[in-house]
Design a protein around this ligand. Structure first.
Ligand code: NVA
Length: 241
């Protein structure tokens, strides 16, 4: 789009030498037209946005993954021709991806059904906000603890994510033990609509959260979903910068 991209890893930033996030925001606001940032702590993105005078795009935090959710909704609309009334089943950890799908889906009238094991539920504050948006936009929010089948039955789209997110590597074994019954495989997808699409924001750990035959099978929309991140983020930059 005629811009110039600049990638700065953690090692390239003065943050690593103790500079305050607010000061980094002030300096970059003098150099750049916008920042997409991928942090761990959500509070860091909020602090960056609070002190910057340029647009800050959340490229993933431990709490939210909004660009992914918007790309996912774009993919569903592309495949199903609509969003209102579409049933989206999210299966797995009530994590950043789950949170953003709940919030974004509710705003577009999607029926978002989340299946997770006890102890892995999405943040109640996110669920409450999604419930209230769903009421306003004729959407529906369901959190089905321990009932993966109910979430997937009749779904137009089935989505899952990694069991251990970035920064949770030390919890990987415990999460795998709790979430192994939440693998998306052929028998689970058979409960969805025959024309259901399968979504995964990647990276996919084949054989764990999802089987090879589902990543590469007729339901899979994961490569279009990956491509749509590109288009969605271009649109987002055009909108805010
Ligand atoms: N929930 C995952 C998403 C990866 C794009 C994570 O935070 O690592």
């Amino acid at each position: 789009m005629g811009g110039q991209g600049l990638f700065l890893s953690a090692a390239d930033l003065q943050l690593r030498r103790g500079e305050a996030v607010a000061d980094t925001a002030r300096v970059f606001s003098r150099y750049l037209d916008g920042i997409m940032t991928r942090t761990f702590a959500h509070a860091d993105v909020e602090e960056l946005a609070q002190h910057a005078t340029i647009p800050i795009i959340n490229g993933l935090t431990d709490w939210q993954h909004p660009c992914q959710a918007m790309g996912d909704l774009m993919t569903i609309r592309e495949k199903k021709g609509r969003l209102a009334g579409v049933k989206l089943a999210y299966v797995g950890d009530g994590n950043n991806v789950c949170h953003s799908l709940l919030e974004a889906g509710a705003k577009f009238g999607v029926h978002v059904a989340v299946a997770c094991p006890p102890g892995f539920e999405p943040d109640p504050a996110v669920v409450a906000r999604a419930q209230s948006d769903a009421e306003a936009h004729n959407g529906r929010i369901e959190i089905l603890v321990g009932n993966v089948e109910a979430a997937v039955v009749g779904a137009d789209a089935v989505c899952t994510d990694v069991w251990a997110s970035m920064g949770q590597e030390s919890e990987a074994a415990a999460k795998a033990a709790a979430l192994s019954a939440y693998q998306v495989n052929g028998s689970l997808l058979a409960l969805a609509r025959p024309d259901a699409i399968f979504l995964h924001c990647l990276p996919a750990h084949r054989g764990e959260k999802v089987t090879d035959s589902d990543m590469d099978g007729p339901h899979s929309a994961v490569w279009d979903q990956a491509e749509n991140r590109l288009h969605l983020q271009k649109a987002l930059m055009a909108l805010v910068m």
